[in-house]
Design a protein around this ligand. Structure first.
Ligand code: M6R
Length: 357
């Protein structure tokens, strides 16, 4: 039931702070320590990690790669399942772990890769929201995202839940190796749930942005660098899937290598700037498109904000900013779909879980 909400999607967006707190509750013991070992009993630290997923789960995987490499120091590749399924004789490091990210646990392309990989004798871990699903049952190891049922076709809380769980898994792998100086992930996640909570009151702002930037437009860009780029891919997917506006997520620095040709007077460009290391570079990319007529909507974070930014988000750990910056993008998609009279929860041509290859 949607309760007080008109749509499941908005309800699920608003559930995200609770989901983060649930994940903390499930994976933290009474002493405040990480309590994930039981699920992973017997798993030794792999030399290399392959993340395999589709759609929004693939986008969560991109963020997961950064967490695994930064925190656990393990080289990680991220693959689109339907591509990896037909890769000719891929070179796979012997001591590898394959991680499947899937809300439903039923996605056919991901299942196809899991079958192949198991036959070849590699170890597998599934991060999923559905206990007992196929990917859950068939993997050697499993971690649940505890996000509760996700009904809207557009995935929202599953994305943030997957990132939170892979962040904890990164800590686990770092502890297993005795790495020094890892972050207090539970504290960081608590800070994030508070930041997410504060965004619940920002719906008018999202609506206003839709009115100001998207009204009458059929083409948009989302640009950013590093994690901000990962989030841009997800923001663009969300917008196209439910509002049918053509949206491209692009690495800020790549625009001038082609797509900038598409910028016309008034083209809406969403610019995500939460990473201090690249804030200046992304700002200059925003300038480049603005100079060509784009209507730039900057979403930044405290500390890297500038006058004129459309939305300034609370500051969180730099590795985890997608957990917060995705929320304005989810809300913008939601209100864009509403403005256009689209069927928010059941967009055309799409199914909640794609069980054919
Ligand atoms: O259930 P899964 O996470 O495996 O699903 C993967 C994609 O089909 C899914 O994320 C899809 O892209 C969503 N409609 C995106 O909102």
């Amino acid at each position: 039931e949607t309760g007080q909400y008109e749509h499941f999607m908005l309800k699920e967006i608003d559930e995200q702070p609770t989901v983060i707190r649930n994940i903390i509750g499930k994976y933290q013991d009474d002493q405040g320590q990480l309590n994930i070992g039981q699920e992973l009993e017997g798993l030794t630290v792999p030399k290399r990690i392959y993340i395999v997923a589709c759609g929004t789960s693939y986008h969560a995987g991109l963020v997961g790669k950064k967490l695994l490499e930064n925190i656990a120091r393990i080289p990680t590749e991220v693959h689109i399942a339907s591509e990896y399924l037909y890769a000719k004789d891929p070179l796979i490091e012997k001591d590898s772990l394959f991680i499947f990210f899937s809300q439903s646990g039923e996605t056919a392309d991901s299942r196809g890769v899991l079958n192949q990989i198991k036959q070849q004798g590699y170890r597998t871990l599934t991060i999923t929201n559905v206990q007992g699903s196929t990917l859950y049952r068939e993997a050697d190891y499993k971690l649940l995202t505890h996000a509760g049922p996700e009904i809207a076709v557009a995935s929202t809380k599953a994305y943030t839940a997957q990132i939170a769980v892979v962040a904890l898994f990164s800590i686990y792998l770092s502890e297993q190796q005795g790495l020094e100086g890892t972050i207090d992930m539970f504290q960081e996640l608590r800070t994030i749930s508070i930041a997410m909570e504060s965004l619940k009151d920002m719906k008018e702002q999202a609506k206003q942005i839709v009115d100001d930037y998207l009204t009458g437009h059929q083409t948009t860009f989302f640009i950013g660098r590093q994690s901000d780029f990962d989030v841009c891919l997800e923001g663009a997917l969300k917008l196209k899937e439910i509002s049918y506006i053509q949206a491209e997520g692009y690495a800020g620095g790549e625009l001038k290598h082609g797509p900038i040709a598409l910028i016309e007077d008034g083209t809406p460009v969403f610019v995500v700037i939460t990473d201090d290391n690249v804030a200046k570079n992304t700002r200059s990319n925003a300038q480049e498109v603005k100079a060509r007529g784009a209507n730039t909507c900057v979403i930044s974070a405290k500390g890297s904000e500038e006058e004129g930014d459309a939305w300034v988000l609370p500051k969180v750990n730099p590795l985890l900013t997608p957990l917060v910056s995705v929320i304005p993008l989810q809300l913008i998609s939601y209100y864009a779909a509403l403005q256009r009279g689209c069927d928010v929860d059941k967009p055309r041509n799409l199914a909640k879980s794609v069980t054919v290859e």
